[in-house]
Design a protein around this ligand. Structure first.
Ligand SMILES: [Zn+2]
Length: 246
């Protein structure tokens, strides 16, 4: 940061943070939706994340389990995740809303109760019939042991990562809590998100409508840059720590 951090940001006490894929690319997690994203380059890959195809086609499920086994499971949180842990320690973090499914905020040390995963998590699997939740690790152990499409051990239903696929309802409680935090914050800080995916993008409007300042840290322009009080284009890992220093 060459410019000084504005006083209103240093003085903010109820910061609602919204994170997207950009915060995890430094950790080696691919951005699925971005210009160089996996889905942009390979539309077939998007099928694996579409509920309708997943339910209808065992071959899609088999490929989805193969893709999950290749997820960068050893990815480590980076300096930007650490800056948000520090923000919580300062007592200034109201909520950490994330579009990411990688669990890296919790791995960095953010309190699980502060993290609202609007697109779910890849660390758990959920049965589409009885909604039983188990660990991803236990499901992948079964895949590696030779079950190409492991079924629910309780009811025989279809198992899927506990992420929100296309065509799947988001969790109303998580969304409600995120909207509440956006309405109650003094600063909404959006990091590494293109702000083009609803309803998450709408959180910026909710915050602004309730009088919060808006800060956007992202590599490329977003539809909300004009509404923002501060837009930062520098790399997230170097921009975030000084912005959020106590
Ligand atoms: Zn089940």
């Amino acid at each position: 940061m060459t410019d000084p951090v504005p006083g209103w940001l240093t003085e903010a006490r109820r910061i609602c943070v919204l994170t997207g894929a950009g915060i995890s690319t430094d950790s080696g997690i691919p951005d699925f939706r971005g210009p160089q994203g996996l889905w942009t380059r390979d539309p077939e890959a998007e099928k694996l994340s579409t509920l309708q195809y997943y339910v209808a086609d065992p071959e899609v499920r088999r490929r989805a389990w193969q893709a999950r086994s290749k997820h960068p499971w050893h990815a480590q949180p980076n300096a930007a995740h650490a800056a948000l842990v520090d923000l919580e320690r300062q007592g200034r973090l109201l909520a950490l809303v994330t579009q990411n499914i990688d669990g890296l905020h919790q791995a960095a040390g953010s309190s699980p109760e502060r993290v609202l995963e609007v697109h779910g998590t890849v660390h758990e699997v959920e049965c589409l019939s009885c909604h039983d939740r188990t660990s991803m690790r236990s499901a992948l152990d079964r895949v590696e042991a030779g079950e190409p499409d492991p079924a629910c051990l309780r009811c025989g239903g279809i198992l899927k990562s506990a992420t929100i696929s296309f065509g799947q309802e988001m969790d109303e409680r998580v969304l409600g809590a995120a909207a509440e935090a956006a309405a109650d914050c003094d600063v909404l800080l959006a990091v590494g998100t293109s702000l083009r995916v609803w309803p998450v993008a709408g959180l910026v409007e909710i915050a602004a409508a309730h009088g919060a300042r808006v800060v956007i840290v992202n590599a490329v322009p977003t539809p909300y840059d004009e509404l923002a009080d501060l837009v930062v284009r520098e790399p997230i890992g170097t921009a975030l720590p000084p912005l959020l220093a106590a």
